[in-house]
Design a protein around this ligand. Structure first.
Ligand SMILES: [Fe+2]
Length: 222
């Protein structure tokens, strides 16, 4: 499947979603093809797919960390200045970004994180505004993790492949479509709860009440 037809397939899959839809591009995307397929999608004045909106008092900031034909993330001064302007003018923010913005202690994955030159300057900016950033949500790593590394961070599993955790020095990424899922974030101005929802299970499920006598007797659904 070439990329334009992939975007067309994505649009068909998403067109009936009963909620507002925001897209972000990652390292496998082509910015021009994306914009051709979704011409009305918000974008920054700088030409990147970075934009922001305020929802119930929180500035939701969507970053574009891609560069052509590279798996590692990039965040040039132009994009950094846009983010700085957003952070400077909001009280509370939640950031969505494709690449992991810091090393994770996984050598192969860290090879394709945000490049070190851009990582340091972004880390300084995020630290400067840490008091107003509620959470940073990542993709790219393909497996789920939560972390507190100056900020609260969360990554979601991919809806396709997941990588195998590998803390060794190997330069090899290994993965398989083991357990795809998506996340639902429940948040208000004080708290964040992130629910991970696996969606490929098609076997029986049980129903049980929370009363003590029922707890040990799950009933298989038909
Ligand atoms: Fe990625």
């Amino acid at each position: 499947m070439d990329e334009p037809s992939a975007y067309a397939a994505l649009q068909r899959a998403l067109c009936d979603l009963p909620c507002p839809l925001r897209l972000q591009i990652g390292n496998h995307d082509d910015r021009a093809d994306f914009l051709a397929a979704v011409p009305d999608h918000p974008r920054g004045a700088d030409g990147f797919i970075d934009y922001a909106e305020t929802v119930e008092g929180t500035r939701l900031i969507y970053l574009d960390t891609t560069t052509p034909r590279a798996h590692a993330g990039h965040f040039c001064p132009t994009r950094r200045n846009c983010l700085a302007a957003e952070l400077k003018t909001c009280d509370r923010a939640r950031i969505f970004v494709h690449h992991n913005v810091m090393p994770l202690g996984l050598p192969a994955e860290d090879n394709i994180a945000l490049i070190p030159e851009d990582h340091a300057s972004l880390a300084r900016l995020l630290t400067q505004h840490r008091g107003r950033i509620d959470y940073i949500h990542l993709g790219h790593v393909l497996h789920s993790f939560t972390a507190s590394m100056r900020h609260s961070l969360c990554s979601v599993r991919s809806t396709g492949n997941q990588f195998l955790l590998d803390l060794s020095k190997r330069d090899l990424l290994q993965g398989a479509p083991m357990a795809p899922s998506y996340c639902v974030i429940v948040a208000d101005d004080a708290d964040t709860v992130i629910h991970e929802i696996p969606f490929t299970w098609d076997g029986p499920i049980f129903n049980t009440s929370t009363a003590w006598d029922d707890w040990a007797k799950p009933v298989a659904a038909e």
